[in-house]
Design a protein around this ligand. Sequence first.
Ligand code: NAD
Ligand code: 6OD
Length: 489
Amino acid sequence: MINMKKLDHFIDGAFVAPHSEDYFSNVDPATGKEIGKVAAGDAQDIDDAVAAARRAFDGPWATMSLGQRLDALQRVAHGIRARFDEFLEAEMGDTGKPRAFASKVDIPRGAANFEFFATIARAMEESAYQTETRDGRGAVNYVTRNPLGVVGVISPWNLPLLLLTWKVAPALAAGNTVVVKPSEETPATASLLAQVFNDAGVPKGVYNVVHGYGPDAAGEALTKHPDVAAITFTGETRTGSAIMKACAPHIKDISFELGGKNPAIIFADADLDAAIAGTARSTFSNTGQVCLCSERVYVERPVFDEFVDALAARAKNLNVGDPFDDATEMGPLISHDHRQKVLAAFQSAVDSGAEVVTGGGIPDVGRKFAEGAFVEPTIWTGLDHNASVLRDEIFGPVCHVMPFDTEEEAIALANDTRYGLCAAVWTNHLSRAHRMAHAIDAGLVWINSWFLRDLRTPFGGVKLSGIGREGGRHSMDFYTETKTVCVKL
Ligand code: NAD
Ligand code: 6OD
C-alpha cells in the first residue's frame, strides 16, 4: 500500500525503496513546512523500472486486446474520480494551489485524459492503398500503427497530474508502457496514480514511477537509457535542450512542450470587459505558472489607460492566501527558490525603468502562511521591448502592458520573441482576428478566449517553445510508429 508521507518508487506493480536509500524533503509551498519524504532515484532505479516496463510491453500488455487495454484505462479514469479528494489533497499539498483551481482544472483533467485517449485510440483508422502493376494484377499496401516500446515521461510541477496524464494516457492507449519521472517538486499525484493503476487491474510494469531530480539523477538516466524508445517532456526550454543532447546517441523519438513568453493583444474594438477579465485570467491563473500565461500584453492606444486601470483593479482585488479557503484565487509560487527568481525579475524590471502599476513585492497573507512562497500579482508599464524581463520567461503572476498604434506594429511586437507557444487576441473585427491568427508565430492562437481546450486539437509550440504536437490523433502519431506492408496480388 502507498505511504503518502514517504513516497517510494513504483516499479513492476510495487512500491519500492530507492537503491541509494536516500530520500529528500517535500515541502508545502503555502506553509513552508515539510509534508513528507520522497525517494531520490538514480540510474539503478531507472534500470529496474525500464526492465519492468519492457517485460510488460513484451508480455501481458501486448497480449491484451485493444479493447481490454482501453477498458483498463477507462477504469483508471474512474479510479481517479473515485479518489478525487485524495488527489486534490495531494496536489494541493505539493503545489499550494487554491482548491477552487485544482478541483476544477487539475484533477478533473487527470481523469478526462484517460477517458479521452481511450476513446480516441478505439477510433483510430489505418489506411490501405491499391497500386497498379505491369502484370495487371496490382498490389495492396496497408499501413499499421505499432507502439514504440518503453516511453519515458518527464513532467513539470505546474500542472502535475494534468500534464503527466496528458502523456501517460495516450502512450498507454497506443500500447506502450511507461517509466514516469515526475517533477521533484510535485511527486504525490504520480504515486497516488500508481495505486489507482493497481486497483484498476492494469498488469504490473505498465506504469512505473521513479522519483528524483533531473540532472545527474533519475531524469537524466531515463533520457540516456538505451531501452527507452522515446522521451516525452514538458518543462523548461533549457532542460529540453539538455534532454535532446542526451537522446541523440540512441536517436530516440522526442516530443517537447517547452517554455513560452506569450502575448495578449487587445484592440480598441474588443469587448473590453471580456478582454480585461480574460487577461486577468491569462496572467494570474495558477499564480502565473501556466506555460500559456500572458506575460506580454499589448493594448491599442485609445483604450490603453482604461485597460491598465481596470486590470490593475482586478489584480489588487485578487484573494491571495489560504489554498483551502474556497474564496482564494491565487496561491503561492511553487517554492522559495522559484520565488527568488520571480523577485529577481521584479527587481530587474525596476532597474530597467518599469513603472510598477501594482504589486512587485510579497503580500501579507497572515501568520499561518508567513513562511509560504507568496508574491503579489504584479503589472508593469513603460519598459523598452529589449528589457530582459520582456525577453525571458518569468513564470509568475506578472505582465507588462505596452501600447501600440497599428495592427502591423502589434504583429511585430508579438513576434519579437524567441518563443512561440500561444497568443490571445481580443477583437470584434472578424477579418482582423483571422489576419492576426495567421500572422502570429505560435502553435496556438486564441481569439476572444484563453485556455479553452478541445483535446482533439494539436498542442505544442514553435521556435524555443517545443518540438512536435500532442493532442487527439497527433498524440497517437507520436506514440506509434507506422509500418507499411505491400502485398503483390
Ligand atoms: P524543468 O525543466 O525544470 O523540469 C521539468 C522536469 O524535467 C522535472 O521533472 C525535472 O526533474 C526534469 N529534469 C530537469 N533536468 C533534467 C535533465 N537534465 N534530464 C532529464 N530530466 C530533467 O521545468 P519546471 O520548472 O518543472 O516547469 C516549468 C517550465 O515548464 C516552464 O518553463 C514552463 O513554461 C514549462 N512548461 C511548458 C508547458 C508546455 O506545454 N509548453 C507546459 C507546462 C510547463
Ligand atoms: O491542457 C493541456 O493539454 C496542456 N498541455 C496544457 C499545458 C499547460 C502548460 O502549463
